[in-house]
Ligand binder design. Structure first.
Ligand SMILES: Cc1cc2nc3c(=O)[nH]c(=O)nc-3n(C[C@H](O)[C@H](O)[C@H](O)COP(=O)(O)OP(=O)(O)OC[C@H]3O[C@@H](n4cnc5c(N)ncnc54)[C@H](O)[C@@H]3O)c2cc1C
Length: 214
């Protein structure tokens, strides 16, 4: 195909990584050609994700990438006008067992050093943020209020994202920032279309992430 011969970069996979990478490269002036074996963008793992964006990882590089992602999502509407319904609901991890407390506290050092404004909260402080957390045995946890969820699944944004995402197919040429942005928006949309609106809090005890209202 003529388009592939003219490309500076060929990206295989129009999912969570490929679509935004294509967008950034196209914004930087490169001609990008995106290929996917599925009939439209965002049909792989992207579509199955529940839509939570967090930066509370253990690897400094991943924390930095996720902080950048949070910035991109938080400013998307302002930059591009798409109503992605960014909701800064926070993301919390809670501990009900000493080993969970240890793991979460151990991670704080690398998370703080990587730029996260995060600290340990005891059970009382955590329940001020998430009042309906089960208090039985709750030791404490961490919460990062700047994390959130995009929800481009309202009727208005679904139709916009759907139109934008209709052009790319199994072999999609993305030569411009605009078409790459369409693919990135569509990938995000495909993911959240398959999801339900996340609960603002959880009352289940045990390890794992808990979204909070903070
Ligand atoms: C149930 C579930 C919930 C999740 N929830 C979250 C969440 O809340 N927050 C979060 O951050 N992450 C979440 N994730 C993880 C997240 O979805 C993945 O980490 C992310 O989508 C991976 O991005 P990717 O680009 O590597 O893969 P994908 O998004 O799957 O993209 C890969 C693309 O490459 C294409 N492809 C693969 N091989 C080829 C080939 N040989 N030729 C052509 N095309 C090819 C695929 O068709 C696909 O479109 C969740 C995952 C699952 C399954």
């Amino acid at each position: 195909m003529a388009a592939s011969r003219a490309a500076d970069v060929i990206i295989v996979g129009a999912g969570s990584v490929g679509a935004p990478a294509a967008m950034s490269m196209a914004e930087a002036g490169l001609k990008v050609f995106v290929l996917d074996r599925l009939p439209s963008v965002g049909q792989g793992s992207n579509k199955r994700a529940i839509g939570g964006l967090r930066a509370t990882h253990s690897d400094p590089a991943k924390i930095r990438i996720c902080l950048r992602s949070l910035e991109v999502f938080a400013t998307w509407e302002e930059r591009f006008g798409d109503k992605i319904e960014w909701h800064k609901g926070g993301y919390s991890y809670v501990a009900y067992r000493p080993e969970e407390e240890r793991t979460l506290k151990d991670l704080l050092a690398v998370q703080k050093a990587s730029g996260l404004n995060i600290d340990w909260l005891d059970a009382g402080a955590l329940r001020e943020i998430i009042p309906d957390l089960n208090p039985d045995g709750l030791v404490g946890g961490r919460s990062l209020p700047t994390t959130g969820t995009p929800l481009p699944c309202s009727p208005s944004t679904r139709s916009t994202a759907g139109r934008r995402g209709s052009a790319p197919s199994s072999a999609s040429a993305s030569g411009s920032p605009r078409s790459s942005r369409a693919a990135a928006a569509s990938a995000a949309s495909a993911r959240t279309r398959a999801s339900t609106r996340p609960r603002s809090s959880s009352t289940r005890p045990g390890p794992g992430p808990r979204r909070s209202r903070a």
